[in-house]
Design a protein. Structure first.
Length: 331
């Protein structure tokens, strides 16, 4: 990070903060070229500053706050495509983007350095290196993970303890904000993969193929339903199956049809004129009467024929009865 390496420094400079397993913090000064200087042949000079800070337990994380308490992100280099044709003829210059306000304008003579170990957290004032706040997080257990995250337009120190407690501390005052028992560490996979992210969230691998996500922010919990997505797999629409006659006659479910859909002119269209055609007959009313008389005569003849058939059936029954009587007499 860009900070004050020594007590007598008047400006920030690139530094490498090194934390050891015994709670020792060493600050190394880096002699980097200026942003407009292309120095690729000479090596970067690294020298110890002589500053040594001590904590209880192994050091886990570092963070740097400006004089207003805002998190200072490490400088980064803008990525450029090495195979791009636009910058082929231009001289490539490495330019670092600095986030520290103290490097661009005078906003105060100090910074806050946040250091957290397995047992305690400390906040130092730079460049005086005065320890402003100390908080002993745990005595019987130890921390597995600690991160400085942003939450509700502020920053806090989020810690995950080996006994399953999740704790948050305010920065830079290290005032306890949250302490809850979440999950005892029964699997080393959780201890190795647990991490905190911004806006009150945390992640860890609950199994080799599953990620568990949790939140300790009420605002995030209230908006959780709006942020959930839908898991779907795009598939092609299958073609409609041909409906068999027997399936539709016996086993098919009844389909509801609309009368307008079946008989209406809007969807079915007007009937063709060739389906029904009026052919006028000869004779007018007299022809109709004659045709009606002919039909009546046919009906009369049919009725007489039915009567005659009934008489013949009756005679047949009588003959059958007499034959049965003579047969019995003969026997």
């Amino acid at each position: 990070m860009e900070s004050f390496a020594r007590k007598n420094d008047s400006a920030v400079s690139p530094c490498l903060w090194v934390g050891t397993g015994l709670g020792m913090v060493l600050i190394l000064s880096l002699n980097l070229p200026a942003s407009d200087e292309l120095r690729q042949s000479e090596p970067v000079m690294v020298s110890p500053s002589g500053t040594v800070l001590t904590l209880k337990g192994a050091v886990l994380t570092f963070a740097c706050l400006d004089c207003m308490g805002t998190l200072t992100h490490p400088p980064y280099e803008v990525w450029r495509d090495p195979h791009s044709a636009d910058d082929g003829e231009k001289t490539r210059k490495r330019k670092l983007v600095m986030h520290s306000p103290s490097s661009s304008q005078d906003m105060g003579d100090h910074q806050f350095a946040v250091i957290c170990s397995e047992k305690q957290a400390k906040v130092f004032s730079l460049p005086s290196q005065t320890c402003l706040y100390v908080h002993n997080i745990t005595e019987t257990s130890f921390l597995l993970r600690a991160d400085v995250v942003t939450l509700c337009n502020s920053v806090c120190l989020a810690c995950f303890c080996a006994n399953g407690h999740i704790m948050t501390l305010s920065l830079p005052s290290l005032r306890p904000l949250l302490d809850l028992n979440y999950l005892p560490v029964t699997d080393m996979r959780i201890a190795r993969t647990f991490c905190f992210t911004n806006e009150g969230q945390a992640l860890y691998l609950s199994s080799p193929t599953e990620i568990q996500r949790l939140t300790y922010s009420q605002e995030m919990c209230d908006n959780l339903q709006d942020m959930l997505g839908d898991l779907f797999t795009p598939v092609e629409t299958p073609e409609a199956q041909n409906r068999g006659f027997l399936k539709g006659l016996f086993g098919g479910s009844g389909q509801a049809f609309d009368r307008e859909e079946l008989f209406g002119e809007a969807t079915a269209g007007k009937a063709s004129r060739s389906l029904a055609q009026h052919i006028p007959g000869s004779g007018g009313i007299e022809g109709v009467r004659g045709a009606a008389g002919g039909v009546i005569g046919d009906l009369t003849r049919a009725r007489i024929a039915l009567d005659e058939r009934g008489q013949k059936l009756g005679e047949l029954d009588e003959k059958t009865a007499s034959m049965m009587a003579s047969a019995e007499a003969f026997s």
